[in-house]
Ligand binder design. Sequence first.
Ligand SMILES: [Zn+2]
Length: 453
Amino acid sequence: MFEGRWIAPLRRNIIDPLACLRNGSPLRSYWQQLERTQFLPQATLRKMQWERLTQLLRYAASHNRFYRERFAAAGVEVEKIASVRDFQMIPALSKEEVRQNTAEMISDGVDRAKLMYMKTGGSTGRALDIFITERCSEQRNACARRHDRWSGWEVGEPVAAVWGNPHLPTGWKERLRNTLLAPVIYLDTMSLGPESVSRFVTEWRRVQPTLLFGHAHSIYMLCRHLKEMRVSGVRPRGVISTSMMLLPHERRFIEEVLSVKVTDRYGCEEVSLIASECEEHHGMHLNIEHLFVEFITETGDNAGDGVPGRIVVTDLLNMEMPFIRYEVGDVGVPSSDACPCGRGLPLMASVAGRTADFLRKKNGESVAGISLIENTLTRYPGVDQMQIIQETLDHLTVKMVQGAGFDPAVLQDLTAYFRSVFGTDCNVSYEMEKAIPPEPSGKYRFSICRVPL
Ligand SMILES: [Zn+2]
């Protein structure tokens, strides 16, 4: 009886503020601040963003050896940076550089043991170690809360997650811990089939979530099952699709089955939420209070309105392990449109990012490729990048990029893990690669299914 929608105002107005107070959490004050700043004029937001950027650069120049040397090597004097062009004299930072310089990227005098540690996997396709403060994590959670509300969900209301439970990515884990004040039900994307969907629907009817969130393709697969099973009554107020590209046909199908617009979101674990659609669905608003986002064309110029460019982000919050001009690895299209919602946050028209096929089990269930990557890449040391190709129902080819500390014994563990998912007779072969590049379209594919449906 404490799980339905009716109790949400109590959670929102009393339990949530009390819980923040008791834990000394700044989440609510950050969130309330973000609710206000989103409607500031874009020029004011840009000014605020530039101030935060120059503060970060000055801090990095005086408190971070890695960046001090990087700035010096590029002939950049941060005190003289007066324009975006000046700022862009700083070379872009690749994932490979982050991997090789993790310890050096921690600012002077910062005790790593006091920072929160995350190993990324799912959102990048490559394993990286990231360190942030609890304060930074709360700022990120506050931002996620603001953007969750854009979907129609309200604080304190029950949530349904379509995810590779129980191995949730850390970023979302943090988020979910914060929403423990409201019930969360799961559909496990590691074994998606009519039975698990039936159980999920039963839970749904009991808990009545108002928000459904998950990987784009997983939500789409859920909707296919709902349609095939002729299930009715799954009626969220908002649907948030995240972590991978929402393909146009998937969006149409989800919206048809659930009778609600999908709110698409883009981000990565290294810097958290980068952009999100609002209730107008007129492109994605960039989170410029927390990030400086650039779109760089092939010729190295700033992409203009409607022109695709590589997404390069600077995290304005993380002083302890700064990410300055970080190459996310996706391609986005900036837009100079004004959104009818009136928010001052600029827009990104679209993004070409990550995709992952569902793989198939012999019993007919599906396995989300992105969940497989999250459950392996973040767990095994020395594996930098992975792509899983399902050739037949009992044969997987795993392309792998080895990193420092790679131990061949990992392959046995991986094979055992894949067999626990696909059956003991599943053959797993490994191909070692120097790199697994994205497709010419800019899409990075975590998993490819060659088994006909
Ligand atoms: Zn808007």
